[in-house]
Design a protein around this ligand. Structure first.
Ligand code: ZN
Ligand code: ZN
Length: 288
């Protein structure tokens, strides 16, 4: 038993060293992706669209861009800096055999954070934090808005870039439209600028694909009312696929996950605009 614990502690120390070494990579990637969305949308697409489209369409495009960026940063900060859900300090049973603290049945020990996390989903390198009871909704919404941001930049940039390249009409030419009004027009002739546009497009497509895959996986787990950690454990004993037979259960799982169980709660106020409300799990699971 003592040997088990020593080898577990050694494994943990190795994991932490690897994490410390690799942690800046995904963090850098995610911030670069957000920066590319902002630069692409606000420096390249919108100045052009404002000139060629009507006032209301342009303002709607600007408002849409700001709305998505605000939500990305809000949910990223909440997911990264919220305590994911440590059990209270207690020597009550059941105890975790690694950190020797009270471990409710829904908790899992994270080797990188060195404590247990209630309703742990996974330790996420993108936010350098565990995803659990208190921040899972924010993590999911961060992914959803990041996916939307990539999609929005690519879609609004489609007209600006591809129309210019493939249609080649002088009245829509990027430099004709912005002539004498923006330094970006001159920069459009600069090969380095074109390389940036090409790389930005590749990064946006890659970002959309990766966040899209992660979103689908998360949506699957949330619909089944489970987490990645629990799914792995349950899979060994035959995962309960029947959760998908009843759409009412799927709807209930989503309502609980989004913290929408209070009657009359507005989806707009709770989910579509930044909101720090707690889910029902918080009251329930902290007592367990
Ligand atoms: Zn533990
Ligand atoms: Zn962790």
């Amino acid at each position: 038993m003592a040997n088990d614990k020593i080898s577990r502690l050694k494994q943990e120390a190795l994991l932490r060293r690897i994490n410390k070494f690799l942690a800046p990579v995904p963090f850098f990637f995610i911030n670069l992706l957000i920066l590319v969305i902002i630069c692409f949308e606000f420096l390249l697409v919108l100045p052009y669209e404002i000139e060629v489209r009507g006032f209301y369409t342009s303002m709607a495009l600007v408002a849409g861009g700001i709305y998505i960026i605000v939500n990305i940063y809000y949910h990223l900060a909440k997911a990264a800096y919220t305590n994911p859900g440590c059990p209270r300090k207690s020597d009550e049973a059941p105890l975790c055999n690694v950190c020797d603290n009270y471990k409710p049945h829904t908790a899992h020990h994270c080797s990188i954070c060195r404590h247990c996390v209630i309703r742990m989903d996974h330790h996420c390198l993108l936010i350098n934090n565990c995803v659990g009871l208190h921040n899972h909704r924010h993590f999911f919404q961060f992914l959803a808005f990041l996916f939307l941001g990539c999609f929005y930049a690519l879609l609004s940039g489609f007209y600006t870039i591809y129309y210019n390249i493939f249609m080649n009409l002088p009245q829509y030419d990027y430099c004709n439209v912005l002539a004498g009004k923006s330094e970006l027009c001159k920069a459009a002739y600069d090969p380095l600028h074109l390389v940036f546009i090409g790389l930005a497009n590749v990064l946006l497509y890659f970002g959309m694909m990766m966040t899209g895959l992660m979103l689908v996986w998360q949506m699957y787990l949330i619909s089944a009312g489970t987490t990645a950690v629990r799914y792995k454990k349950e899979k060994k004993h035959g995962f309960n696929w029947h959760a998908f037979d009843d759409l009412h259960i799927v709807k209930k799982n989503w309502t609980e996950f989004l913290g929408m169980e209070k009657p009359g709660q507005s989806f707009w106020r709770s989910v579509l605009i930044p909101s720090g409300h707690k889910t029902y799990y918080v009251d329930y699971e902290m007592k367990v």
